[in-house]
Design a protein around this ligand. Structure first.
Ligand code: HSE
Length: 428
């Protein structure tokens, strides 16, 4: 029977989960794949973590050189997170002829060109299913199963922390600040939540997924990014009344005018399958020119779901000798021939605080029509404010972002008409 030795770099939540899956399923993998996968080495500064998992002292390495020179190790699993020292360790493992499985989205997003070049040079495998959307097998779907398609678009809820926060705000009608505090207490959100709530985590993942989907390098710097910190409970509640839910979306489109890549909060109409993706669940909705719509749904984080993706990569790696790499030129920057669209096309929800006077609505309408914006729905709420203004909610048909910005600017310049309080993209 083929024997495969694994080293795990980092025994945090995901490393520990991966170790448990490998140990508990060892006999199962022998039976189902005729491969004996054994953890031969771990690198973890907090030795007590390894001992608590039942790993014997002689398998705890004291540095990366020890892992790289261990002849029993075939595959190195990097689950440390962050760029350094993960990058140095992964490069060392590849140079030592070990294949690498990583869950590190920031590392793969920023250095995929360097890692892949080193892997190819040393004839090693480089696997990263766990870097995006945890246990949801979207990377292999893009790399293998969907290759027959030109992928036209991809819309995802690919950050569990923000989806948990927005779901709680929607269901319990509590503010962002209150939910964040509670999520931090429960350990769902990090003490420093910036990477999640400001959309960096989702942007790293979108950079990886859209590069694979559109067969060209989409660097992180090309992704438009907005987080959820300014989302108000007021807009979430108005959205509910209008049949929409608020989500942090990662959107990638490959159209005639170029590629559009963006991460931002958006209203999703209730009829869209992504509207039902709640709590910390993730989903990616992909449209291909042959397959039409495909949605992959599941847990985007956690010890066992992410461990499931890692172990899937380990088994795939163990069963293949000729490795697949990206289906595009994996460079640091975007290919100069790639065009990026920045004047996004979308429907918009616009909340105004308007003077409740004859003629105000028609003046606002004329500003929209002057800017070629077709309004699909107008709702005037009855809750009159102390200053006599009323909330006016408008939903546009699909239009261009530049036109919306111009209209908003023009409304803002007309004193005594209305104040634009929020502008949120809408996906139907
Ligand atoms: N912080 C990430 C999330 C974990 O909230 O989805 C997995 O990347």
């Amino acid at each position: 029977m083929k024997k495969v030795g694994v080293a795990i770099l980092g025994l945090g939540v995901v490393g520990g989960g991966t170790y448990k899956i490998l140990e508990e399923h060892r006999e199962f993998y022998k039976k189902t794949h005729e491969i004996d996968i054994a953890v031969e080495s771990v690198l973890e500064l907090r030795k007590e973590r390894a001992l608590a998992l039942g790993i014997s002292e002689n398998k705890i390495a004291s540095n990366i050189a020890e892992v790289c020179s261990n002849p029993e190790v075939d595959i190195v699993v990097e689950v440390m997170g962050g760029v350094e020292p993960a990058r140095t360790f992964v490069l060392a493992a590849l140079k030592a002829g070990k294949s690498v499985v990583t869950s590190n989205k920031e590392l793969y997003c920023k250095y995929s060109h360097e890692l892949e070049k080193t892997a190819k040079k040393n004839k090693c495998g480089l696997f990263f299913e766990a870097s995006c959307v945890g246990g949801v097998p979207v990377i292999r779907a893009l790399l293998d199963n969907l290759q027959g398609n030109k992928i036209l678009s991809m819309t995802g809820i690919i950050n569990g922390t923000t989806n948990y926060i927005l779901t709680k705000m929607t269901n319990d009608e509590v503010s962002y600040e209150e939910v964040l505090k509670e999520a931090q207490k429960l350990g769902y959100a990090e003490a420093d939540p910036t990477a999640d709530v400001e959309g960096y985590d989702a942007a790293y993942k979108l950079s990886i997924l859209s590069s694979l989907a559109f067969h060209t390098k989409i660097p992180f710097s090309k992704i438009y990014r907005e987080g959820i910190t300014d989302i108000s409970i007021e807009d979430i509640n108005y959205g509910k009344k209008l049949g929409m839910v608020m989500k942090l979306l990662a959107v990638g489109k490959n159209g005639e005018n170029g590629i559009e890549v963006r991460v931002h909060p958006a209203f999703v109409k209730n009829a869209h399958p992504l509207a039902g993706v709640n709590d910390s669940f993730n989903a990616v909705f992909i449209t291909g020119d042959s397959v039409d719509d495909v949605m992959l749904y599941g847990r985007g984080a956690g010890a066992l779901p992410t461990g499931s993706a890692i172990v899937g990569d380990i088994i795939y790696c163990a069963k293949h000798d000729n490795f697949n790499y990206s289906t595009f030129s994996n460079s640091e920057e975007a290919d100069p021939a790639t065009k990026f669209v920045t004047n996004f096309n979308s429907a918009y929800y616009i909340r105004l605080s308007a003077r409740d006077k004859t003629g105000v609505l028609s003046k606002i309408s004329s500003i929209f029509s002057k800017n070629n914006i077709s309004v699909a729905q107008v709702v005037q709420e009855n809750d009159k404010r102390a200053n006599g203004s009323v909330p006016l909610l408008l939903i546009t048909h699909d239009t261009f972002e530049k036109s919306v910005n111009k209209a908003v600017e023009e409304i803002g310049s007309k004193a005594n008409l209305a104040k634009v309080e929020s502008v949120i993209r809408v996906i139907s």
